[in-house]
Design a protein. Structure first.
Lengths: 341, 270, 416
């Protein structure tokens, strides 16, 4: 069995708003990422996927607060560590994080190489600037970035190049796990593709052991990761290998999400897009029963009463619904039949 | 197939530049466009391609530097406020960001009442107005009773955008210009918006121009597609023709770089 | 709207500023109801009476005398009368007479006087001392003896018939009067100014006038700035160019110099408080205009404005309904700043002698001007200028606090 790189058990975190209200953004999430695997997290905006990414690092600062649960990175339990210790010994070394607007993090008055020097000197004491330059150059060449970038200021680079530079810098200290939160959504399609290619390269070349990729763009997710986890209202609703998650979703929410995919490919014009009516529940006081009940086509009275736990399907995936797998599939088939007519 | 249809709106040699001298930038460069009755047309381009500028010129919100717009075969004249108002009875728009499309100080009712007033319903009795607003809201599956007396920011993005469609329902323009109507909206609400938009088009037979960066979306909704790069149209034609057998290298690159799910997504091309 | 006001009052800075400002406002409104004196009435004959309670001497002599046996009354009297100069002279003599300096404490009046009476000998000659100096010490000794005597003072009156001085009463050292029984007393909390006017009453009146000047100046500046900014920003094109040309012209001329020149050329006779306010307003609209213009330009291209145009609304409707509400919070903040800078500008002008003419109303700046001309700051008459300074500081401080508080509420980037 492969080595587990990141394991999260029952992690819950919350936001405290300015008016002292609690927003339960991540609710008892458990996940496991093995060495050499990548995990994708999908969901609507506000479903808690970005908050989960922040929570996974164990680096909490207001308004985000840790509630309970455990995070184990490469055998180290980091839950309960002081934020400062996490920053010094975990971030960058064990786990690296790339937010959506990472490229804006570059100081416009300094060259890229100065930025890299800062990162390395913070963690290693006895290195010369020459060594750092050689290391950075080697890394950049491996990742297909021109080495001249090192001597440039951020304003001289395009958005896609800046984003790729930041990603390269984030793996300088060889972290085990890389968390990428919408790393390409502010870029045009060509730069997006370059970023994706680079992330795949990082995995293949062994700069990182595992990756967590977060986006709301499902076609992108499908092409990048091995497993897809669908989040809804702070909870995991389904986790499955990419192919079955996209082409054969089980949870009604995943089904709706996958039915809204638009790609410029033959056959798209014949597909009828499905829509999910309604809006997600307010996470200030989440509903007692199934959180998706209000918007679900197949809702039953008991859905609204008892909370639903994750269950395993026949092919090993997990989903959060009280309806058994066979009945769900039957219901989907009926729907399709109706649409055909 | 289009020969027997009427040309509704056409643009001849539209050019729009900003700034003077060295800072002069050409946003739209000598663009021709013909729009037939009842057609759905997409203008696809990346950010900075000038597609939004073009849409504003077509709407008459900004003046073109050179070139002419013909509406129903007659050269468009929007020199006075009254003529503009007459023109805007025929062409309306839905904008990209629902959160900035509303005046946050006005209640939802006033947005819809404006439309009734514009269609000459200013002196209708109150009950009739409410009836019309209720009908418009129910067309987009919103309940007017729940919306009345509320402010736009109390709605979700999807609801706001649907209210925009309700507005179009009341106005019944000949041409609708939808500028990225779904790009700020979640994937699940996107299908709802598109469905309702297409439903409205079927009901009224209006011509729709989609401005979008999402080539998949353009393919899904439109009859014909224009691909725009750096202020020019580089390729145009029927949706199937342009998307499935692209000729121009830019179109090919654009389609190549969008992630696929049914076919292999080739990462080696970048 | 209601929600916004609630938010505003959640900001600590705004609440503090608002409380200080409303306290000043309340004093300005209610003080004249209780003290009905004219603020420019001359009370005192002479300049700069220090703050304190003024008791009529004639009335207190004719009031009932109460004898109070207070133990250290004499020492207090001596301590009060004995000046610092006298104490140092005593010390000088004692040192010359051979008392070690370490044993002399000029602050301990009782001990000092004891040492003096024990050691002073007018006949003793001290080497190096002039005759005049010796005579001074003899005079000092006599006056000290007078101070230390326990006898009362005699009150005499000229008999109108005989034209002779007749003793009518004596006042003992232990006699007291009850201030409540004295017919005429006056509390001058802040003393009087160079003309002998009650500073407190004058200050309250001056604050009111200065606030009025500030409001008028701020309103004029904001109105001009808002109108020009809206026109330049929304209409753009040639109108924008013309307005910005004028605005830039005003920006490069130092406003205060312009203000001085205008104020000077109006002439002393025509300069009323209102004129000054208008002049200040006319010279300080520049920044409001620029800021409003840039805000309007960013709003002009927002979709809700486009939508309003597509709905067939006129330019006036769009400016009033779709632009103005969005910048209203900013304009209110600008108005507050303009008011406080108007008050400061008036103070600055008046100190230079270019303020409103001096005979009608006091303003904060004029009070500073008077204090300065009569050298209150050199003579150490702090009550003539310090309260004015504090008032100016409090007004501008409270307004800036309110402004910062509002900024925190309206500008999400500054929220914590």
């Amino acid at each position: 069995m492969a080595h587990t790189m990141l394991e999260v058990r029952e992690l819950s975190t919350k936001y405290v708003t300015r008016f002292r209200e609690d927003v339960y953004a991540v609710d008892r999430v458990s996940l496991k990422v093995e060495e050499g695997r990548s995990l994708g997290i999908a969901g609507e905006s506000g479903c808690g996927k970005s908050t989960l990414a922040l929570s996974l690092m164990g680096y909490y600062f207001p308004p985000l607060h840790y509630m309970n649960g455990e995070i184990v990175i490469n055998g180290k339990n980091i839950s309960g560590m002081k934020p400062d210790d996490v920053r010094k010994s975990i971030l960058g070394k064990e786990i690296a994080y790339i937010p959506q607007a990472a490229m804006n993090a570059l100081n416009p008055t300094r060259k890229i190489i100065n930025f890299i020097e800062d990162v390395i000197l913070e963690h290693e004491m006895y290195v010369t600037k020459k060594d750092i330059y050689d290391r950075a150059k080697k890394l950049f060449e491996t990742l297909g970035l021109p080495a001249e970038v090192l001597q440039k200021y951020p304003v001289e680079l395009s958005g896609g190049m800046k984003q790729r530079t930041v990603i390269a810098v984030s793996v300088l200290l060889l972290p085990k796990v890389l968390i990428a939160d919408e790393p390409s959504s502010a870029l045009d399609v060509t730069s997006q593709k370059m970023v994706i290619k680079m992330l795949k390269q990082l995995m293949e070349a062994g700069f990182i052991s595992s990756m967590i990729f977060i986006t709301h763009e499902l076609p992108l997710l499908y092409n990048v990761v091995d497993d897809i986890m669908v989040m809804y209202a702070g909870q995991i609703v389904e986790k499955a290998p990419s192919h079955s998650a996209v082409f054969d979703p089980l949870h009604p929410y995943s089904k709706g999400l996958m039915g809204s995919i638009i790609v410029p490919e033959k056959g798209l014009r014949d597909v009828k897009l499905t829509a999910i009516p309604g809006v997600p529940p307010n996470l200030k006081n989440p509903p007692m029963g199934c959180r998706f009940a209000e918007r679900c086509k197949f809702v039953r009275p008991e859905c609204r009463v008892s909370s639903v736990s994750l269950r395993e399907a026949s092919d090993g995936r997990v989903y959060r619904c009280i309806i058994p797998e066979a009945e769900l599939r039957e219901a989907y088939a009926r729907e399709e039949h109706k649409n055909d007519k | 197939m289009t020969s027997e249809k009427k040309i509704y709106l056409s643009a001849k040699g539209i050019t729009k530049t900003f700034g003077f001298g060295r800072q002069k930038t050409v946003a739209v460069d000598n663009v021709d466009l013909d729009l037939y009755e009842g057609e759905v047309v997409s203008i696809v381009g990346e950010s900075g391609s000038g597609k939004t500028t073009l849409s504003k010129v077509l709407l008459g919100l900004i003046n073109q530097t050179s070139g002419d717009v013909y509406f129903q075969g007659v050269k468009r004249d929007i020199s006075t406020q009254a003529k503009k108002q007459e023109y805007w009875k025929n062409i309306q728009a839905i904008f990209q960001d629902p959160f900035s499309s509303y005046n946050i100080f006005n209640k939802i009712d006033s947005v819809l009442l404006d439309c009734i007033n514009m269609r000459g319903g200013r002196y209708l009795p109150r009950e009739k107005k409410i009836e019309m607003m209720t009908e418009a809201c129910s067309f987009v599956n919103l309940k007017f009773e729940e919306l009345t007396n509320k402010y736009p920011f109390e709605l979700s993005g999807g609801q706001m955008q649907r209210l925009m469609i309700a507005r179009i329902f009341l106005l019944k323009p000949k041409i609708l210009l939808a500028d990225e109507p779904t790009s700020m909206i979640d994937a699940c609400s996107r299908a709802t918006i598109l469905d309702e938009l297409m439903h409205l088009r079927k009901e009224t037979g209006m011509t729709v121009i989609f401005i979008t960066h999402d080539i998949g979306l353009a393919y899904y909704v439109s009859d014909s597609v224009y691909i725009m790069e750096k202020g020019r149209f580089v390729e145009s034609g029927s949706a199937d023709g342009v998307i499935l057998t692209p000729h121009h290298p830019y179109t090919r690159r654009l389609i190549n770089d969008v992630p696929k799910i049914y076919e292999e997504w080739d990462l080696s091309t970048v | 709207m209601k929600h916004t006001i609630q938010q505003v009052f959640r900001s600590g800075k705004f609440v503090l500023g608002f409380s200080i400002f409303s306290a000043i406002l309340l004093i300005v409104i209610f003080y004249p109801m209780f003290v009905k004196d004219s603020p420019l009435a001359i009370l005192g004959q002479g300049t700069f009476f220090p703050p304190g309670i003024y008791v009529n001497v004639y009335d207190s002599m004719s009031s009932t005398a109460y004898t109070l046996n207070l133990p250290d009354a004499a020492a207090k009297r001596v301590a009060n009368k004995l000046s610092e100069e006298d104490r140092l002279s005593i010390k000088e003599w004692l040192v010359a007479a051979g008392i070690p300096e370490s044993e002399i404490d000029t602050t301990d009046t009782a001990k000092l006087l004891g040492q003096w009476s024990a050691n002073f000998d007018p006949k003793k000659s001290i080497p190096g001392m002039t005759n005049a100096r010796r005579n001074y010490f003899i005079r000092l000794n006599t006056s000290l003896k007078g101070l230390l005597s326990t006898e009362g003072a005699t009150i005499s009156q000229t008999n109108p018939e005989t034209n002779e001085l007749e003793q009518v009463d004596t006042v003992n050292q232990k006699d007291y009067v009850n201030v409540g029984e004295v017919a005429n007393t006056r509390i001058l909390l802040l003393g009087t100014d160079n003309f002998g006017r009650d500073i407190l009453t004058e200050l309250v009146a001056a604050t009111r006038v200065s606030l009025q000047i500030g409001f008028v100046a701020g309103l004029i500046a904001t109105l001009i700035g808002l109108t020009l900014g809206l026109l330049a920003g929304y209409i753009g094109g040639l109108i924008d160019d013309i307005i910005m040309f004028v605005t830039n012209l005003f920006t490069v001329i130092p406003t205060f110099v312009l203000l001085i020149l205008i104020s000077f050329s109006i002439g002393q006779e025509q300069r009323g408080a209102f004129t000054i306010a208008v002049v200040i307003g006319l010279t300080s609209w520049v920044w409001t205009a620029r800021a409003v213009r840039s805000q309007v330009i960013s709003l002009r291209n927002r979709d809700h404005v486009n939508l309003s145009k597509l709905s067939g609304h006129s330019i006036v409707h769009i400016i009033l309904n779709d632009i103005l509400p969005y910048i209203a919070s900013y304009v209110i903040m600008a108005l507050i700043l303009q008011i406080s800078s108007g008050i400061l500008a008036e103070a600055g002008l008046s100190i230079l002698g270019l303020g409103p003419r001096t005979t009608e109303v006091p303003t904060l700046g004029l009070m500073m001007n008077w204090a300065m001309i009569y050298q209150a700051h050199i003579l150490g008459n702090w009550w003539a200028y310090l309260p004015v300074l504090v008032t100016i500081a409090l007004i501008t401080f409270s307004m800036n606090l309110m402004n910062t508080g509002l900024d925190q509420v309206f500008n999400p980037a500054l929220r914590d």
